[in-house]
Design a protein around this ligand. Structure first.
Ligand SMILES: [Zn+2]
Length: 180
Protein backbone atom coordinates (compact mmCIF):
# COMPACT_ATOMS: atom_id res chain seq x y z
CA UNK A 1 0.00 0.00 0.00
CA UNK A 2 1.24 3.49 -0.90
CA UNK A 3 0.21 6.03 1.72
CA UNK A 4 -0.75 9.49 0.53
CA UNK A 5 1.09 12.45 2.14
CA UNK A 6 -2.17 13.44 3.81
CA UNK A 7 -2.70 9.86 4.96
CA UNK A 8 -5.81 9.51 2.85
CA UNK A 9 -5.86 6.75 0.31
CA UNK A 10 -8.55 5.50 -1.99
CA UNK A 11 -9.43 2.31 -3.78
CA UNK A 12 -9.06 2.12 -7.55
CA UNK A 13 -9.43 -0.48 -10.28
CA UNK A 14 -6.52 -0.96 -12.63
CA UNK A 15 -6.03 -3.06 -15.76
CA UNK A 16 -2.62 -4.64 -15.25
CA UNK A 17 -2.29 -6.24 -18.70
CA UNK A 18 -4.35 -7.10 -21.75
CA UNK A 19 -6.69 -10.05 -21.21
CA UNK A 20 -10.07 -11.24 -19.91
CA UNK A 21 -11.57 -9.14 -17.08
CA UNK A 22 -11.48 -11.94 -14.49
CA UNK A 23 -7.70 -12.15 -14.93
CA UNK A 24 -6.43 -8.62 -15.46
CA UNK A 25 -8.47 -6.28 -13.20
CA UNK A 26 -6.88 -5.43 -9.86
CA UNK A 27 -8.13 -3.37 -6.91
CA UNK A 28 -5.35 -1.09 -5.64
CA UNK A 29 -4.74 1.50 -2.94
CA UNK A 30 -3.62 4.83 -4.34
CA UNK A 31 -3.19 8.34 -2.92
CA UNK A 32 -6.32 10.47 -3.11
CA UNK A 33 -5.62 13.18 -5.74
CA UNK A 34 -5.56 16.86 -4.88
CA UNK A 35 -7.27 19.14 -7.42
CA UNK A 36 -4.87 21.34 -9.39
CA UNK A 37 -5.65 24.84 -10.70
CA UNK A 38 -8.86 24.75 -12.71
CA UNK A 39 -9.82 21.33 -11.34
CA UNK A 40 -12.18 19.86 -8.79
CA UNK A 41 -11.88 16.61 -6.90
CA UNK A 42 -14.92 14.45 -7.47
CA UNK A 43 -16.19 11.79 -5.09
CA UNK A 44 -17.22 9.25 -7.71
CA UNK A 45 -20.70 7.80 -7.18
CA UNK A 46 -21.14 6.03 -10.55
CA UNK A 47 -18.93 5.15 -13.48
CA UNK A 48 -20.16 4.07 -16.91
CA UNK A 49 -18.17 1.71 -19.08
CA UNK A 50 -18.26 2.07 -22.86
CA UNK A 51 -16.45 0.51 -25.79
CA UNK A 52 -13.35 2.62 -25.14
CA UNK A 53 -13.05 0.76 -21.83
CA UNK A 54 -13.16 -2.56 -23.65
CA UNK A 55 -10.41 -1.31 -25.97
CA UNK A 56 -8.44 -0.23 -22.90
CA UNK A 57 -8.41 -3.85 -21.72
CA UNK A 58 -8.25 -5.81 -24.97
CA UNK A 59 -6.06 -3.42 -26.94
CA UNK A 60 -7.07 -0.70 -29.38
CA UNK A 61 -6.39 -1.50 -33.04
CA UNK A 62 -4.70 1.88 -33.58
CA UNK A 63 -3.10 2.70 -30.24
CA UNK A 64 -0.17 1.07 -28.50
CA UNK A 65 -1.13 0.05 -24.97
CA UNK A 66 0.64 0.88 -21.76
CA UNK A 67 -0.21 -0.89 -18.51
CA UNK A 68 -1.26 -0.56 -15.78
CA UNK A 69 -4.08 1.87 -16.52
CA UNK A 70 -7.31 2.88 -14.84
CA UNK A 71 -10.43 2.58 -17.00
CA UNK A 72 -13.74 4.40 -16.65
CA UNK A 73 -14.52 6.84 -19.45
CA UNK A 74 -17.65 8.41 -18.00
CA UNK A 75 -18.45 9.27 -14.40
CA UNK A 76 -20.76 11.17 -12.09
CA UNK A 77 -20.42 12.16 -8.47
CA UNK A 78 -20.27 14.93 -5.90
CA UNK A 79 -17.71 17.74 -5.83
CA UNK A 80 -15.47 17.06 -2.84
CA UNK A 81 -12.86 19.83 -3.10
CA UNK A 82 -12.35 22.81 -5.43
CA UNK A 83 -8.91 23.83 -6.76
CA UNK A 84 -7.61 27.33 -7.39
CA UNK A 85 -9.09 29.41 -10.23
CA UNK A 86 -12.41 27.55 -10.24
CA UNK A 87 -15.62 29.57 -10.21
CA UNK A 88 -19.17 28.35 -9.97
CA UNK A 89 -18.64 24.98 -8.28
CA UNK A 90 -18.74 24.11 -4.58
CA UNK A 91 -18.30 21.00 -2.45
CA UNK A 92 -21.54 19.03 -2.47
CA UNK A 93 -22.53 19.90 -6.06
CA UNK A 94 -23.89 16.91 -8.01
CA UNK A 95 -22.15 16.69 -11.39
CA UNK A 96 -21.22 14.51 -14.30
CA UNK A 97 -18.06 14.79 -16.38
CA UNK A 98 -17.87 15.29 -20.14
CA UNK A 99 -15.29 12.70 -21.11
CA UNK A 100 -13.46 14.56 -23.92
CA UNK A 101 -10.70 17.02 -23.01
CA UNK A 102 -9.98 19.03 -26.12
CA UNK A 103 -7.42 21.78 -26.77
CA UNK A 104 -9.93 24.63 -27.05
CA UNK A 105 -7.77 26.43 -29.64
CA UNK A 106 -7.80 24.48 -32.92
CA UNK A 107 -10.17 25.13 -35.86
CA UNK A 108 -12.48 22.30 -34.74
CA UNK A 109 -12.69 23.50 -31.14
CA UNK A 110 -13.34 27.05 -32.29
CA UNK A 111 -16.41 25.99 -34.27
CA UNK A 112 -17.77 23.73 -31.52
CA UNK A 113 -16.58 20.39 -32.98
CA UNK A 114 -14.53 19.38 -29.96
CA UNK A 115 -14.80 15.66 -30.70
CA UNK A 116 -12.90 16.28 -33.98
CA UNK A 117 -10.01 18.00 -32.14
CA UNK A 118 -6.70 16.31 -33.11
CA UNK A 119 -5.47 16.92 -29.56
CA UNK A 120 -8.59 15.37 -27.99
CA UNK A 121 -7.95 13.10 -24.99
CA UNK A 122 -10.32 10.99 -22.90
CA UNK A 123 -10.61 9.73 -19.36
CA UNK A 124 -9.90 6.03 -19.06
CA UNK A 125 -7.63 6.08 -22.11
CA UNK A 126 -5.39 9.16 -21.95
CA UNK A 127 -6.11 10.10 -18.32
CA UNK A 128 -6.86 7.84 -15.35
CA UNK A 129 -10.56 6.99 -15.54
CA UNK A 130 -13.47 6.97 -13.14
CA UNK A 131 -13.01 3.54 -11.52
CA UNK A 132 -11.71 5.16 -8.36
CA UNK A 133 -13.27 6.60 -5.24
CA UNK A 134 -11.94 10.08 -6.12
CA UNK A 135 -10.86 11.69 -9.40
CA UNK A 136 -9.42 15.15 -10.14
CA UNK A 137 -11.07 16.54 -13.28
CA UNK A 138 -11.15 19.90 -15.12
CA UNK A 139 -14.00 22.08 -13.85
CA UNK A 140 -14.68 23.04 -17.47
CA UNK A 141 -15.86 19.47 -18.11
CA UNK A 142 -18.56 19.46 -15.40
CA UNK A 143 -22.30 19.56 -15.96
CA UNK A 144 -24.80 19.87 -13.10
CA UNK A 145 -26.96 16.83 -12.31
CA UNK A 146 -30.49 17.65 -11.09
CA UNK A 147 -31.71 16.01 -7.88
CA UNK A 148 -34.30 13.93 -9.75
CA UNK A 149 -31.62 12.25 -11.93
CA UNK A 150 -29.82 9.34 -10.26
CA UNK A 151 -26.04 9.06 -10.51
CA UNK A 152 -26.07 5.90 -12.65
CA UNK A 153 -28.14 7.69 -15.29
CA UNK A 154 -25.99 10.81 -15.04
CA UNK A 155 -22.80 8.80 -15.60
CA UNK A 156 -24.25 6.98 -18.60
CA UNK A 157 -25.61 9.83 -20.69
CA UNK A 158 -22.67 12.01 -21.97
CA UNK A 159 -21.32 9.76 -24.72
CA UNK A 160 -24.69 8.36 -25.82
CA UNK A 161 -26.43 11.73 -25.75
CA UNK A 162 -23.69 13.69 -27.50
CA UNK A 163 -23.30 10.98 -30.17
CA UNK A 164 -27.04 11.18 -30.94
CA UNK A 165 -26.92 15.00 -30.81
CA UNK A 166 -24.04 15.15 -33.27
CA UNK A 167 -25.81 12.76 -35.63
CA UNK A 168 -29.18 14.51 -35.52
CA UNK A 169 -28.30 18.16 -35.01
CA UNK A 170 -24.70 18.77 -36.10
CA UNK A 171 -24.66 16.22 -38.93
CA UNK A 172 -28.31 15.96 -39.91
CA UNK A 173 -29.23 19.59 -39.40
CA UNK A 174 -32.33 18.72 -37.38
CA UNK A 175 -33.66 21.57 -35.28
CA UNK A 176 -36.97 23.22 -34.49
CA UNK A 177 -36.66 25.69 -37.36
CA UNK A 178 -36.09 23.00 -40.01
CA UNK A 179 -39.16 21.01 -38.91
CA UNK A 180 -41.54 23.92 -39.45
ZN1 LIG B 1 -8.86 21.42 -30.44
Amino acid sequence: MVLAPNGRNMRTVHIVESGPPEEVLEIRDRPRPDPGPGEVRLEVRACALQHADVFARTGHPEIEDEFPKRPGTEMAGVVDEVGDAVDGWSPGDRVNVYHHVSCGACEFCERGEQTMCPHDRKFGSDFPGGLAEYVAVPAANLEPVPEHVDMETAAAWPSSFTTAWRMLVSGGGSNRASRR
